[in-house]
Design a protein around this ligand. Structure first.
Ligand code: PMP
Length: 327
């Protein structure tokens, strides 16, 4: 027998790098999307979740029957729940109640214990991330995944996503573009690619409501507006993002991202989540800035079905002053 994978964990990674045909033709560049929605847990966060669990196992902190606790906007929790089921651990997830119902109910279906909490800023001790850290401390046999500041997260991308992109493009990659939540994906890949070729341009994409664009442009974190996207943007520089190479940053508005999500669906057949709209719109901008003949890689973080009742619902969009684009 050939092509048999030894379980959920081994099915993570080695995702296709998809050429976005229309956008490539329009810009004269190769615009490529790393198909992280094809991971078995459905998102880029399977890689970080696995990296964190394996590091805790190796350190002896996570043992049979133990619990992994995490504060997550959803996808990390989903990845952790799958991996913990496959490996015999329990999962306890703290999630802001503003996150999509699809993700919250999926976590419960997967068997995670889920606590929803009000969405409050990081400086508030009841912020979902800080709350999850306290829960992990109080629970015997538990570890705190701590995806924002546990650098096992970016290390997973440094050792898998980055090398895969380098191999798949045969080293002919000119730019790497991604939005950041924890910063793990962006930083791990950026560091790996820069080590192979310091000329690879690394561009951080940022939605409104996040402070990273202003951090790069001015050195200070200032936040204005908000975004329909989930899982990206930050009000601080995490340990995962700290020290990552950033050549430039691009801010993408929600309507631009939304238009891109629908174009990906109609033109490329790709049904994608909101952060992908930010990533691909930024990749197109980088392609336009660099000019024809360049290869730009970004990440297709998760699929659209997780946002069916939001990004693909006219009423929800209208309430936020967004317009569903016309075919
Ligand atoms: N897009 C989505 C949908 C996500 O859930 C996340 C993770 N929070 C990201 C992008 C950003 O990934 P990272 O945490 O590696 O920066």
């Amino acid at each position: 027998m050939v092509g048999i994978t030894g379980g959920f964990v081994e099915a993570i990674g080695n995702t296709p790098l998809i050429r976005l045909r229309r956008l490539s033709e329009a810009t004269g560049c190769q615009i490529l999307g790393k198909a992280e929605f094809m991971n078995p847990g459905g998102s880029v966060k399977d890689r970080a979740a696995l990296g964190i669990v394996e590091q805790a196992e190796a350190a002896g902190a996570l043992t049979a029957g133990g619990t992994v606790v995490e504060g997550t906007a959803g996808n990390t929790g989903i990845g952790l729940a799958h991996i913990c089921n496959a490996k015999g651990y329990r999962t306890l997830i703290v999630i802001p109640e503003t996150q999509s119902q699809e993700k919250i109910s999926l976590l419960r279906t997967l068997g995670a214990e889920v606590r929803t909490v009000p969405a409050v800023p990081y400086r508030d001790p009841n912020n979902y991330v800080r709350f999850s850290g306290r829960l992990a401390q109080e629970l015997p046999g538990a570890i705190w995944a701590n995806q924002f500041d546990n650098t096992a997260n970016r290390h997973a991308h440094y050792t898998t996503t980055g090398p895969e992109i380098w191999r798949q493009t045969a080293g002919h990659v000119h730019a790497w573009v991604a939005a950041t939540g924890t910063g793990g994906t962006y930083a791990g890949v950026a560091r790996y690619l820069k080590e192979q070729n310091p000329g690879v341009r690394c561009v951080l994409a940022d939605p409104h409501g996040s402070g990273l664009y202003s951090w790069f442009k001015t050195g200070a974190i200032t936040i204005s507006g908000s975004s329909m996207t989930e899982g990206i943007g930050n009000s601080r520089v995490t340990a995962n993002l700290e020290g990552a190479p950033v050549d430039d940053t691009i801010r993408i508005g929600d309507q631009t991202a939304l238009n891109m999500i629908y174009r990906l669906l109609w033109d490329e057949g790709l049904f994608m989540g909101g952060s992908v709209g930010i990533n691909v719109a930024a990749a197109v901008q980088v392609a336009q800035e660099m000019g024809p003949g360049h290869c730009i890689v970004t990440v297709l973080c998760d699929g659209g079905s997780r946002y069916q009742s939001r990004l693909f619902d006219d009423h929800w969009l209208r309430q936020r002053g967004l317009q569903r684009p016309c075919p």
